[in-house]
Design a protein around this ligand. Structure first.
Ligand SMILES: NC(=O)c1cc2c(=O)c3cc(F)ccc3oc2nc1N
Length: 332
């Protein structure tokens, strides 16, 4: 409990200790899905921090968990140009097209190359910028060149750290999504309140992230998987796999269902495996993203105007359309 006899310096020390403790506990809970303390212990520490910050407002840090949900309603979303364009992926719809992709890659790169396979999360793309470890900006893909500044809303997503475990300056890109369970609960609530339901989790995530009220975003349980790292000078990784492992290391959430393969036939087996597993995942995927793993080979392959030549998205057929026949209330 915060005690009045605590001096300002003792309070300063305790606030810093609480912020770092709560950071670690929320990393374990929201990023690793492995909490090490019961929720009520977290809540007690959070309450102590809130009380100390109320007593000593000058001690409030921008990365304090109490600062995630800003109060102010946004007037609109500021337009922000991306440092490098957020492109989209070319699609493949058959094994033959994947084999053709592999053939093109083999002509573009030199030496041995491997593929990094990732689940294609069905959400909305976002760019997160950290400066010396602190989250300074979050921007949607937008039209690929200019996106919308959604920093206030992204700060409310508890699996996105306000401060990295290493004070690095980097840009990470990924997909913000709404878990299937949250989507179902949200639509049930909207149905009860006579509001229009969302058609799918992607629309729900987009509508939530682009809501002008951060309190609404905070209430909707969004989550994120990051899948790329625009390294600043200090970071040296040479493959996509190392890049994602580095994101894990600094506290950014990545999808664990990823694998490196050295042959396209292994890639095809991975695609088939996840076509089967798709329905069992707690989030929606619409395919598999296959990337040349070595960054120097990515460089050699380069980009077309709209997409990287070193990656392709194998798209699953749309899940059987779940037709919800709503009960028809005959009004008398
Ligand atoms: N939805 C996804 O799960 C996902 C999406 C992309 C991209 O859109 C993407 C776009 C690029 F220009 C380059 C790499 C990418 O990698 C990606 N990796 C992923 N795992």
């Amino acid at each position: 409990m915060a005690s009045f006899e605590m001096s300002f310096d003792e309070a300063k020390e305790r606030v810093e200790e609480l912020v770092s403790l709560l950071d670690q506990y929320s990393h374990e809970y929201y990023v690793l899905d492995q909490p090490s303390i019961p929720d009520e212990d977290y809540d007690k520490l959070y309450k102590e921090l809130s009380e100390l910050e109320e007593l000593y407002p000058t001690l409030i840090q921008n990365n304090s968990p109490t600062q995630r949900v800003g109060g102010a309603l946004l007037e609109g979303f500021e337009k922000v140009p991306h440092d490098s364009p957020m492109l989209s992926l070319d699609n493949a719809f058959s094994e033959e097209e994947l084999i053709a992709f592999d053939h093109r890659v083999s002509q573009l790169v030199s030496g041995p190359y491997t593929y990094h396979c990732e689940l294609k999360i069905d959400g909305l793309a976002v760019s997160l910028k950290y400066e010396e470890g602190r989250l300074v900006q979050a921007v949607t893909r937008g039209d690929g060149t200019v996106g919308e500044n959604v920093t206030a809303n992204v700060r409310t997503i508890k699996s996105i750290p306000l401060k990295l475990k290493e004070l690095l300056t980097l840009e990470a890109r990924g997909e913000i999504y709404m878990p299937k369970s949250s989507f179902i609960k949200l639509n049930e609530k909207r149905e009860e309140q006579g509001e229009a339901v969302f058609a799918n989790p992607r629309n729900a995530a987009a509508g939530t992230l682009r809501n002008l009220d951060p309190q609404v975003t905070a209430s909707r349980n969004l989550n994120v998987f990051l899948y790329s790292l625009n390294a600043s000078s200090k970071i040296s990784v040479s493959t996509q796999d190392e890049a994602l492992n580095l994101l894990d290391k600094v506290g950014l959430r990545t999808n664990p269902e990823r694998q490196v393969f050295s042959s396209i036939s292994d890639v095809l087996a991975f695609v088939e495996e996840y076509q089967e597993k798709r329905a069992t995942l707690p989030y929606e995927i619409d395919g598999i993203v296959i990337k040349v793993n070595e960054l120097d080979n990515q460089q050699k392959a380069g980009f077309t105007v709209k997409a990287p030549r070193w990656a392709i998205a194998f798209k699953f057929p749309a899940e059987e359309a779940k037709t919800v026949i709503r009960d028809i209330e005959w009004s008398v």
